[in-house]
Design a protein around this ligand. Sequence first.
Ligand SMILES: NC(=O)c1ccc[n+]([C@@H]2O[C@H](COP(=O)([O-])OP(=O)(O)OC[C@H]3O[C@@H](n4cnc5c(N)ncnc54)[C@H](OP(=O)(O)O)[C@@H]3O)[C@@H](O)[C@H]2O)c1
Length: 251
Amino acid sequence: MDLGLTGKVVLVTGGSGGIGAELARTFAAEGAKVAVTYRTNREAAEEVARECGPGQGLAVHYDLTDLASVDAAVERVEEHWGPVDVLVANAISPGALRKPGKLFEELPTEDCVSFINVNIAPVLHTVAKVLPGMRAKKWGRIAFISSRAATAGKPGREAYGAVKSALHGFATSLAWDVGRDGVLVNTVLPGLTVTPRVAEAVPEAVLERERAITPSGRLSCPGDVAQLAVFLCSAANGNTNGQFAEVSGGR
Ligand SMILES: NC(=O)c1ccc[n+]([C@@H]2O[C@H](COP(=O)([O-])OP(=O)(O)OC[C@H]3O[C@@H](n4cnc5c(N)ncnc54)[C@H](OP(=O)(O)O)[C@@H]3O)[C@@H](O)[C@H]2O)c1
């Protein structure tokens, strides 16, 4: 199947991380030019950009805590390659994690508020910044990397669930605004995905327990998430708009 991505300009936020890096490589394998963003790990983003191939990768600083950096990141990509055709909003700024044994009301409200502020409004701002270029071309694709936690919940992750489900609501309504301009917007919900960070941080016994209660008998890898997101962001996706799809082995 021809995904029609050759030469398209793709912006993957959080490209220095586990899922973002695989998204970048998968778009590049389809012939796209990929801007790979990082907040702190410039080396990782530069390595992923190199892996994208000569002339196909660009490491760009992007920080959700600083709207000026969001503007600068989009401007950098547009100066280098022209308007962004595809945006994958994948970055997450960590925080508001409730410790085991603590109640929700023991988590300082300021922690929740700052986590929510950092992970919603700047994502909407990124979308606003790339949309004029997509509308002018009458073609664009946007995907949000959300989480199964948004629909199924996850212990200790109330603020995370709030952020991820907010992105669904946003995408579903945005689909109405942009659809007639040739822009399709969808949301991908990974379940627990074995990135290098997860493999290091989560004990094997816990991963095994998760596998045992997953219908497919295995946990997702970053490639599982990337393949679906790249399809939804391709020309092969003709009319899937405002939808969300889980990548969780059927859990
Ligand atoms: N892995 C899973 O099991 C799983 C499950 C469900 C959903 N997800 C979702 O998938 C996405 C990617 O997750 P991941 O596991 O690949 O995460 P990860 O490996 O921890 O990567 C996180 C990425 O976000 C970037 N980032 C951190 N703070 C940022 C900020 N303030 N502004 C901009 N970028 C920032 C990091 O950049 P630097 O490292 O350069 O600072 C990194 O590129 C997230 O949206 C996550 O919620 C993951």
